[in-house]
Design a protein around this ligand. Structure first.
Ligand code: BES
Ligand code: MN
Ligand code: MN
Length: 456
């Protein structure tokens, strides 16, 4: 531990400067206007892996953005850890809500503010620096492979093909990912699950053109009104989702499992205060922790239609649209759920409108076993670095590719994230605490150490 602490101490400034350099690339995968920058980011990551001591570093082309691969094989008889992360980020808008520009990383109150600071540049870069540390202090105890992709935020479409086509190259004993959250630095935790996702887009078409709302309003269905009614009907009075068959197969947790989950440190008043809401909301019969961890949900991500410009315009819009996603839990299949949604949404449309529904990407839920060597190694590493045993939690977010790692490579994933739910992921003023960044760099070599030791 002292070797680790010394190395981090001696390289503190450079570790931060390099992360800032990485954060300056606007690697937004969703928006084609950033294409050149996304590609440059991949080259930068490859360069940094090489500098840290990785071999066979390659920027692997795909039909979309490239996947950066690198490895250090010290002994084929030792275990191998495959580190996964993503160098792409979410779009930064709404820009006017940022206190400092999203791609000009700024340090304020010990926090790094930038798009990608936590999700996932700040987190995957800890692994590059921890690897450098192990190389330069001669303490790398196992083989290591890096796979850093550029399309996580848009569904990882090409990563699946890459994994399937590179099974031999990616052969490993476990996947290690830092792209999730902890409860807090005082209450370290380890996520044991990710939810799945089904993402839909709907359009409600009314008349064949926009109409004067005085001349036609009240006599022709307004697609915006109809869309709102249809969306509102997707939850009942107990906030259960009303799509027939939606909950079929959902794996319910035992009373003990639920109790363990609810024993995690959580303060509802602080939660409400942080979000400036007077009351929480959700499915009746479940706590807030359960609502975001073990229960499926349905959210409207965006809704638009008609006039949204300045001032007032009296118009009955020809159509209205919404983007709707569902978070899924074990027992639910995203393709089947997408189909259920489509059928249901079409079936509830009144004859006065036409409805079309398309499915975007999806993802399978994932639960990691807590009795695996890798989970135990992560547990021990966190316990040593934080001086406290981590609490197992179920995360609400999704990393759709994780289920595929198990399916294609036959290995489990350990989710050793160091972010906080309050780090403003996907939101303005995304941040990452400098403390978490260095703490992560300290914890990761311990994971490798314990994983190698336990695998003997
Ligand atoms: N890192 C997040 C997922 C995450 C965040 C998991 C916090 C647990 C806690 C990841 O980059 C992400 O945002 N995933 C997307 C899914 C993707 C298909 C766009 C998500 O969860 O919305
Ligand atoms: Mn992420
Ligand atoms: Mn994300």
């Amino acid at each position: 531990m002292q070797t680790i602490k010394n190395y981090v101490e001696e390289n503190r400034k450079r570790f931060l400067d390099e992360l800032f350099e990485l954060l300056r690339f606007p690697s937004v995968s969703a928006d084609p206007k950033y294409k050149g920058e996304v590609l440059k980011t991949a080259d930068f990551v490859a360069e940094k892996l090489k500098e840290a001591g990785a071999e066979n570093v390659e920027v692997c082309a795909t039909e979309g953005y490239p996947i950066v691969y690198g490895e250090k094989i010290i002994d084929s008889s030792l275990p191998t850890v495959l580190v996964y992360g993503h160098y792409d980020v979410q779009p930064p808008d709404p820009l006017e809500l940022w206190h400092t520009p999203p791609f000009e990383p700024t340090l304020r109150d010990g926090k790094i503010y930038a798009r990608g600071a936590c999700d996932d540049k700040g987190q995957f870069y800890m692994h590059v620096k921890a690897f450098e540390l192990m190389m330069n202090t001669n303490t790398l105890p196992c083989n290591i492979k890096f796979m850093i992709e550029g399309e996580e935020e848009v569904g990882s479409d090409n990563l699946g093909k890459f994994v399937t086509a590179n099974k031999e190259r990616l052969k490993a004993d476990v996947v290690l990912i830092s792209d999730t959250s902890m409860i807090s630095m005082e209450n370290p935790s380890l996520e044991t699950g990710l939810r799945g996702l089904a993402y839909m887009e709907v359009e409600v078409q009314g008349p064949n053109r926009d109409l004067h709302s005085g001349v036609y309003g009240g006599a022709v269905a307004n697609p915006a009104t109809i869309l709102c009614q249809m969306i509102a009907s997707l939850h009942d009075e107990n906030n259960h989702i009303t799509i027939p068959g939606f909950y079929d197969g959902v794996i319910e947790l035992s009373a003990e499992e639920r109790k363990a989950l609810n024993d995690a440190p959580f303060n509802l008043d602080d939660y409400k205060k942080d979000l400036s809401v007077d009351e929480v909301w959700g499915e009746k019969g479940y706590s807030t922790i359960e609502r975001t961890g073990i229960r499926p949900t349905l959210e409207v991500n965006g809704i638009w239609g008609g006039y949204t410009g300045p001032g007032a315009k009296t118009v009955l819009p020809a159509k209205a649209n919404a983007k709707i996603s569902m978070r899924l839990v074990p027992g639910q299949d995203w393709k089947a759920i997408s189909e259920l949604f489509k059928n249901h949404f079409e079936s509830i449309a009144p004859k006065s409108v036409k409805v079309s529904v398309v499915a975007h990407h999806g993802g399978t839920p994932y639960v990691t076993p807590t009795d695996s060597l890798a989970f135990k190694a992560a547990y021990k590493a966190i316990e040593e670095a934080f001086g406290k045993q981590p609490v197992p939690t179920r995360g609400g977010g999704s990393i759709p590719i994780v289920a595929l790692f198990e399916q294609e490579l036959g290995i489990k994933t350990v989710l050793m994230g160091f972010g906080l739910d309050s780090d403003n992921l996907h939101s303005p003023n995304e941040k990452y605490d400098v403390f978490n960044y260095y703490k992560g760099i300290e914890t990761i070599p311990l994971f490798h150490k314990y994983f190698a030791e336990m695998s003997k």
